[in-house]
Design a protein around this ligand. Structure first.
Ligand SMILES: C[S@@+](CC[C@H](N)C(=O)[O-])C[C@H]1O[C@@H](n2cnc3c(N)ncnc32)[C@H](O)[C@@H]1O
Length: 218
């Protein structure tokens, strides 16, 4: 399975920019579930990997986070970083967004976050990167901290299976046409000795299947 390199992901999402928000027609159902199941009202520090335009973070600030909670987002695309910084400007005293080279967040301090969030990013990473980022998530989360993920997954019914197959096929031929994304099921990446799954579901919107996964760091 060929995936976008970090540089290709940067170029792709620099080009996509704010158009990414148009994907809400199938993403919102899953990300709303992440917000509901992630117990964000009790979180004091949230890290987001691949924050995009900052849409999820803004909802966090407006609807869930306490007045003392802090947010740190990272993204490989300079354009996405600028968009999310602009969107989060009203909360800039408690929100920072950092440009990365796409590497797993190895520089982040250990046991320093209550939530590690990533929406529709793992589905464009290589299996090696998924494993490496999850390893960092486990290290960065405080004990009992929550990993909160959503992304495109394999289908659950006839039509969503066909759509997932088509997306996979396009991704394998010309990944940038689908933002590098293809269906990925994340449960097999979480060792039971390290994670306790709190919530797992698949939702289908407009025949596109998404996975929602909330797991506690053991
Ligand atoms: C499909 S978009 C999803 C954006 C946002 N999370 C959302 O749900 O709208 C994928 C995002 O991940 C970012 N990204 C891709 N690979 C990355 C990496 N290796 N490290 C950090 N960000 C990455 C892209 O720049 C883009 O903003």
């Amino acid at each position: 399975m060929v995936t976008l390199s970090h540089q290709e992901a940067r170029r792709t999402y620099d080009r996509i920019g704010s158009w990414q928000d148009s994907q809400r027609f199938y993403e919102d159902q899953a990300t709303s579930l992440v917000l509901q199941r992630g117990d964000f009202t009790s979180a004091e520090s949230v890290f987001e990997f691949g924050c995009g335009t900052g849409r999820f973070a803004l909802r966090l600030f407006e609807e869930y986070l306490s007045d003392t909670a802090h947010y740190r987002g990272v993204d490989v695309s300079p354009r996405m970083v600028r968009l999310s910084q602009t969107r989060l400007a009203p909360h800039s005293s408690r929100a920072e967004v950092i440009l990365t080279e796409g590497e797993p967040p190895v520089e982040e301090p250990a046991e320093s976050y209550d939530r590690f969030v990533s929406n529709y990013v793992f589905d464009l990473l290589s299996h090696e990167d998924i494993q490496a980022v999850l390893q960092e998530a486990h290290r960065m989360l405080r004990p009992n901290g929550l990993l909160c993920l959503s992304g495109i997954s394999s289908g659950t019914g006839f039509v969503s299976r066909i759509v997932a197959g088509v997306v996979s096929r396009i991704q394998s031929i010309r990944p940038s046409l689908v933002g590098g994304c293809r269906p990925v099921d994340l449960l097999p990446f979480l060792p039971q000795s390290e994670w306790q799954v709190h919530h797992y579901s698949k939702v289908v919107a407009f025949s596109i299947s998404s996975e929602v996964l909330v797991a506690k760091r053991c």
